[in-house]
Each structure stands twice: as structure tokens, then as C-alpha cells.
Design a protein around this ligand. Sequence first.
Ligand code: SME
Length: 158
Amino acid sequence: MAEEINTIAGSKTEQYQSLIPQIKSLLEGEDDLVANLANICAALKQQFNWLWIGFYLVKKEELVLAPFQGPIACTRIKKGKGVCGTSWEKATTIIVEDVTKFSGHIACSSLSKSEIVIPILHNNTVMGVLDIDSKLLNSFDEIDKIYLQQIVQFINFN
Ligand code: SME
């Protein structure tokens, strides 16, 4: 495993293309879920420095807070609630350009202005979500969606 992440300046695409192989190699040979989720958050934080980057895992009928980087956050989210619960229910990535315009948005931090939530699918079941918040409006787009969806596919639930 590499001991440090090499961060770069550049376009969003260039940043993801530099980071993704490094995340892949960070996860290789490690099957502990919490360790891998923690390192994915740290690597994304180091490269992009978004406000909040973290995972929620499906436990019984709720999403429960898992490894993250950033300010403290809500610990439990019900299916269909907020951006995370909606992403879980619909099994689809949701990009929120302005959190004040998303009906039912759960504000864990008043600093969050835009958000992206990616469901993590394993055997056609949503196991959890990757949630990222930005201090800026309109931070996330189709480029983030494509690359973040690739990153969550590296997560091994076996
Ligand atoms: N905003 C999320 C809640 C989680 S925090 O942003 C960390 C939502 O509406 O589901």
C-alpha cells in the first residue's frame, strides 16, 4: 500500500484520473470495510478538500453514519428522507446544486451549499451511500458522478 496520496492541481477530470488508481491501490489487499471506507474519505478529502465526505451504511431500516471526514454529522437517516435517504430509496445518484432547493434536505451543517450522493450497489442491493457536501453552490456535475460511481465500485462487501 502506498503511504501517501499524491495530490495534483488540474481540471476535475485530471484530478480524478490521478486519484482513482491511487485509491484502487490503497484498497488492494485489504478486505476490512471500515478501513477501506476511511481511506477513501481521506483520499478524497486530501485531493478535493470538500466540506464533508463520508459514508452511511444501510443497517436494518436506516442509514447509519460510517467513516467520514469533516464536521460531525447526523447519525441516522430513514429511507426516503433527505438526499441520502432518497438516493438509497431510488438507487440512483443525486446531484443537488443548491441544498435550499431540495425539498426535505437534511442540514447537518449550515455551511453545506451543494451536495452529491452516490448509492453503493452490491448484488443489486444498496448497501450504503457516499455523501459529499461542498461549501460552494453548484460544485458537483456529471464528471463527479462518473468518477465517484467508479470509486464506490472498488468497495468490497464480502
Ligand atoms: N444532507 C444529507 C444529510 C447528511 S449530511 O449532509 C452529512 C441529506 O439530506 O441526506
